[in-house]
Design a protein around this ligand. Structure first.
Ligand SMILES: [Zn+2]
Length: 308
C-alpha cells in the first residue's frame, strides 16, 4: 500500500472482526465513480454503495465513509480528484452501520463528524476499529446546518433501519439523500434491524417536503415518482406476507417461499431490479415479523407520523 492512498497507519482497521491480524479484503482498493448531481452536490459509488459529498468554499463535506478501509481511502481519493485543493473537513454519518460509516479513520481522520445521537450511542458502545465517534451530535427530529457555505438540514424521521438513520435535505437544490431505506428494486428490507412496522409511514413523511431528486445509499439516483412506487411495493408486501401466513406457507421452507412468491408476485413484479434474489427472502422476513411481533424497541414504539 502506498502513502498516496492514505495508508500510513500500522494496521488495517478491522471493524468488529476478532480474527486477524489482517483481513486483506478490507484493504482492497475500489474504483469510485463520481458524478455531479446539482449545485454543489456530488455523488460517489463503487457500483453497489452510494453516497454524496458537497463542495464548500474552503473544503468538502463527505457523507458516510463507504464500505471498508480500502473503499474509504478510494472515496477520499475520488473527492481529492474532483477538488484537489479542498480537503474533507466534515463527515456526516447517515446511520451507525459499519458498511456505510465504519471507516472515518481511513477517509479523513481529522474531520469533524456529525451524527444523530441515537447512531452515536451505538457507535460509542460498539468501539469498532476504524469507526470514529461523532464530534457533534444532534437530537430530535430536524436540524439546519450552514457549514463552509453548504446549507442543508438533517432529519431523523423516526425508526426505519438501524439506529439514528437520518436524511439530508437540500431545499434550494430540491434533493433528498437517505441511506438504506428507499432504493431501486426489491433488495435489503429483509435485514435484521429493519423497523418494518412503521417503515412505509415514516418514509412517507418526506413527501411533505419539496424535493425532486432522491439519492439513495445504494444503486442509482431516482426521482420522486420512483420513490413513491417503491414505498407502494413495500406497503403491498405487508399485506402479502399476512396472506402467505393465512395460505399456510412456511417461512423457513425456501422452495415453498420461492414457488409462492413466483406464482403470486411474479406476474407483476418479476421485472423489478433484483427480484429473483430478494422477493422470497423479503416474504420470509415479513412473515416472521407477523409471526413473532417484530423486533426491538424502536420497531414497536409508535413514532410521530405527522408531516415533517
Ligand atoms: Zn445500514
Amino acid at each position: 500500500m502506498s502513502e498516496e492512498n492514505g495508508a500510513n497507519h500500522n494496521h488495517e482497521h478491522c471493524g468488529i472482526f476478532t480474527i486477524g491480524p489482517n483481513i486483506p479484503i478490507q484493504g482492497v482498493w475500489r474504483d469510485i465513480c463520481y458524478t455531479p448531481v446539482v449545485d454543489n452536490i456530488w455523488s460517489v459509488s463503487e457500483g453497489i454503495y452510494r453516497s454524496i459529498f458537497l463542495e464548500g468554499k474552503k473544503g468538502t463535506i463527505a457523507f458516510d465513509t463507504l464500505t471498508t478501509p480500502g473503499t474509504a481511502r478510494a472515496y477520499a481519493g475520488a473527492v481529492g480528484r474532483v477538488f484537489p485543493k479542498k480537503p474533507i473537513h466534515t463527515i456526516v454519518y447517515s446511520h451507525e452501520h459499519l458498511d456505510h460509516t465504519g471507516y472515518a479513520a481511513d477517509l479523513a481522520p481529522e474531520a469533524d463528524i456529525i451524527a444523530h445521537d441515537y447512531a452515536n450511542q451505538v457507535i460509542v458502545a460498539r468501539k469498532s476499529d476504524g469507526q470514529l465517534p461523532a464530534t457533534e451530535i444532534f437530537e430530535g427530529e430536524r436540524k439546519a446546518y450552514s457549514i463552509d457555505g453548504c446549507d442543508f438540514e438533517l432529519i431523523y424521521p423516526g425508526p426505519t433501519h438501524g439506529d439514528g438513520n437520518i436524511a439530508a435535505f437540500f431545499p434550494q437544490s430540491k434533493v433528498l439523500f437517505m441511506v438504506d431505506t428507499v432504493a431501486a428494486g426489491v433488495g435489503y428490507c429483509y435485514l435484521m434491524d429493519w423497523h418494518m412496522a412503521h417503515y412505509v409511514e415514516v418514509m412517507r413523511r418526506f413527501l411533505s417536503l419539496d424535493w425532486e431528486i432522491f439519492v439513495p445509499g445504494h444503486f442509482w439516483i431516482i426521482d420522486r415518482k420512483q420513490f413513491i412506487e417503491i414505498l407502494n411495493y413495500w406497503e403491498h408486501q405487508i399485506e402479502f406476507a399476512q396472506q402467505a401466513v393465512i395460505d399456510g406457507v412456511d417461512p423457513h421452507d425456501w422452495k415453498g417461499l420461492n414457488q409462492y412468491t413466483e406464482e403470486k408476485l411474479g406476474p407483476t413484479d418479476r421485472e423489478m431490479f433484483r427480484y429473483y434474489e430478494y422477493a422470497a427472502i423479503n416474504l420470509s422476513r415479513y412473515m416472521q415479523g407477523y409471526l413473532s411481533g417484530g423486533w426491538g424497541i424502536e420497531g414497536n414504539m409508535t413514532p410521530d407520523l405527522s408531516p415533517l
